[in-house]
Design a protein around this ligand. Sequence first.
Ligand code: PBG
Length: 330
Amino acid sequence: MSYPVTRLRRLRKNATIRKMIRETEVNRDDLIMPYFVCPGEHVRNPIRSMPGNFQLSIDLLVGEVNDLVTQTGIDKILLFGIPETKDEDGSVACRPDAIVPTAIRALKSAVPDVLIIADVCNCEYTTHGHCGTIVDGDVNNDLTVKTLTEQSLTLAKAGADFIAPSDMMDGRVGAIRRALDENGFENTPILAYSAKYASGFYGPFREAAESAPKFGDRNTYQMDPANSLEALREVEQDLAEGADLVMVKPALSYLDIISRVKEAFNIPVVAYNVSGEFSMVKAAGANGWIDEERLIKEILTSIKRAGADLIITYHAKEFVLSEMRKGNRV
Ligand code: PBG
């Protein structure tokens, strides 16, 4: 049947009809809010390139997360740490008194209902800013897997609800899974950054986490933005090694990857709407070039429509607050 019998505009006629047939709706349960925790007390350093985001000391982080939960009902966060001191291989992050495990213990006692996903990587903790141990000018895979495994155990012991390795070393999911199982954490799930691309969209994050590489780039471990078949292999391997959830990152330039992963594997997919994607919206919004609230909703909807079950986004809190203000279901 086609025009004039069929008129697709009939189902766009008014708001009620549009709502009736709407396929995708983002709500608070889909969203994960990232935070950056730093040493000290009463510290709230604005992150210049990410308006509205801060490096927070633990005391203020606890207050922020409590506000998040009570004001928006968002109950999932992702934690990144900025350590007091860095070292050659990221061992500083493996100590029980490291910044993130300490923050997790504080959050667990003050805001027990919040689900804490702990990012596992070395780039915030190494003097050179690479995600692992350097041998002959490149990140050595197997040595790095050792520190990541140790860091994961520290985080699990502190009470992390999910361990989320973001380093892109081969075999790290399997190694972390084994270590967790051997130490009584067989019920702690792994969210693997599986298809993580070597992306220019991480720029603002590296200011936020003070984790930019001091030499070279991350092209020998993160994926080439030109590839998609490789993304499926990465996901397949992480699942075989025991990943519970897989992630595609960044989100917006990689909606096709989200969609392919979702179709190929019968599992929940997480998408990371990364710092550069956030900052572009903020910059254009501040200039009055776009309608910021409208774009945020469109962006999050597109990520979910592509196949993401969960979205990590710096827009999480403001999105839910703005939908609540408008009286929309969220
Ligand atoms: C750590 C890590 C990065 C991001 C998340 N975990 C940065 C990187 O790989 O350089 C980026 C997140 C963002 O841009 O919002 N490896």
